[in-house]
Design a protein around this ligand. Sequence first.
Ligand code: SAH
Length: 274
Amino acid sequence: MRIQPPFIGNSRHPGHSRGEVFLAGAGPGDPDLLTLRALRLMQEADVVVYDALVSEAIMALVHRNAERIYVGKKQGNHALPQEAINALLIDLARQGRKVLRLKGGDPFIFGRGGEEIEALAAHGIPFQVIPGISAANGVSCYAGIPLTHRNHAQSVLYATGHLCDGSLDLDWIALTRPHQTVVIYMGLSALPLICEKLVEHGLPPAHPIAVVQQGTTPYHRVVSGVLSNITEQAAAAALRSPSLIIIGEVVQLHHDLAWFRHESPADMAITAVG
Ligand code: SAH
């Protein structure tokens, strides 16, 4: 008789004692954009620590017996401080559990994933990192905006538009280079300031720009325009977070290349009633 060796990869299996943290990207929202590895870990982990960017549709795929710990912002509340999240991951791993730390997009792109594994490394906790499709990649594909294109852009620059004390400390000269696409994460609140600074540093007011809200999800919306009018357009459309800003000639291609059709939640509600 052949005896099956224990399945080490699943800590629900008795005999597993060494905790480990898996820092995984969950992609921009559409569950079909998860990697197979992330999905497998969602089935095997003892505990999943996740934040606001991980969509409900994705959390629905986590094994029903896994504990879920939410560490993101709640309405009107602050997110758990980074140090507290680091301490939580260390504590869970020390209990011998298989911990999945699930983050939106890719954990190494504006995700503070580096800080989390630095803390794990400092405490001797074993970890692995699983890449995810970052918002720039997923959202641009679904919006029909190729980030590079032989005729329009030979480089891409990712930046954060997160405001610190109401101001933005960005390398505006680098952001205004020709034949380049600029992708700005966390920039919706700073949109007027970003447009103003780019024009001040030499980009024409008619330079193309788009804002994509909740790309790849049923709430996906694209508002495109130019630096001089996008602020009003985004306000008129009442765009909300998470939204990604894409700046450059490639934005003009959206008009012909937009392909993603989805039922908006409002349509779904009407269908359900009818
Ligand atoms: N690690 C993530 C980024 C986290 S920062 C990644 O790789 O994608 C959070 C910012 O990401 C949001 O403010 C927004 O700018 C962007 N973002 C994430 N998901 C998005 C989505 N589905 N649609 C538009 N922007 C998104």
